[in-house]
Design a binder for this molecule. Structure first.
Ligand SMILES: Cc1cc2nc3c(=O)[nH]c(=O)nc-3n(C[C@H](O)[C@H](O)[C@H](O)COP(=O)(O)O)c2cc1C
Length: 211
């Protein structure tokens, strides 16, 4: 791919381990070995696309950067098989994402922004211009979108771009660099807000069920 003219490579490591004998650190070691091998083979920038299912993502992100990753794509969204209860079969069923799923990459982009010298791409749940603004504020270098394009067609990109421009005009930003990372974990007054698991406050703010 490099010889064919690619400017960069995105390496999607997609591995679902179901072997009880395999520890998390063994799996991480394999990820790092793959990244080191690809790094040795190419001279162009290398982005690694990850799943969110790691117990210490910030640690792994640092190790991936050390192994030669120049960028991280947060996150891959695993296809999840369903079960057909009439046919009693495992059924392949593609569910597209929604904006609600943006919260996971949003948190991790904010936490990892400017941590290891890697650029960050947000993937999963980017559907609207508001979503694009959110991930840029959290610190993403780019926003990626798949489900929205499958749902609305490629012209949807125009809406995303014009919506981003409108927001920037209203808030008087001239370049994306001026707003990137303004709400990253190290920029906000309450960094713990990105880590808190405050169920009581969350439940209290939830509207009462309608009767
Ligand atoms: C039909 C379909 C095919 C996909 N194929 C790939 C692929 O070949 N390689 C890859 O890295 N991700 C692939 N993805 C994952 C997307 O790139 C993306 O990470 C994921 O859908 C989450 O983003 P979204 O919420 O914008 O859809 C695919 C997703 C869908 C829905």
């Amino acid at each position: 791919m490099e010889q064919a003219g690619a400017d960069a490579v995105e390496l999607n490591i997609y591995y679902v381990s179901s072997r009880p004998g395999r520890s998390g650190s063994e799996i991480e070691w394999h990820y790092l070995e793959v990244v080191r091998a690809v790094r040795r083979a190419i001279g162009i920038p290398l982005a690694v696309k990850l799943s969110p299912y790691f117990s210490s993502l910030a640690n792994l992100a640092g190790q991936l950067a050390e192994a030669g990753a120049n960028g991280l794509v947060l996150f891959n969204r695993f296809y999840q098989p369903d079960v057909d209860i009439e046919a009693l079969e495992v059924a392949p069923r593609l569910e597209l994402s929604s904006s609600v799923e943006l919260r996971l990459p949003l948190r991790w982009v904010a936490i990892l922004h400017r941590r290891f010298g890697v650029s960050l791409a947000a993937s999963t749940g980017v559907h609207t211009a508001t979503d694009v603004v959110k991930v840029l504020l959290a610190g993403a270098d780019v926003a990626m979108t798949t489900s929205a394009l499958l749902r609305h067609g490629p012209d949807h990109l125009r809406l995303l771009e014009s919506g981003l421009r409108d927001w920037m005009d209203r808030h008087r930003y001239e370049t994306v660099d001026q707003l990137r990372g303004l709400l990253s974990q190290r920029s906000v007054p309450d960094p713990a807000a990105f880590e808190r698991a405050n169920y009581i406050k969350t439940l209290a703010s939830h509207p009462a069920p309608s009767r």
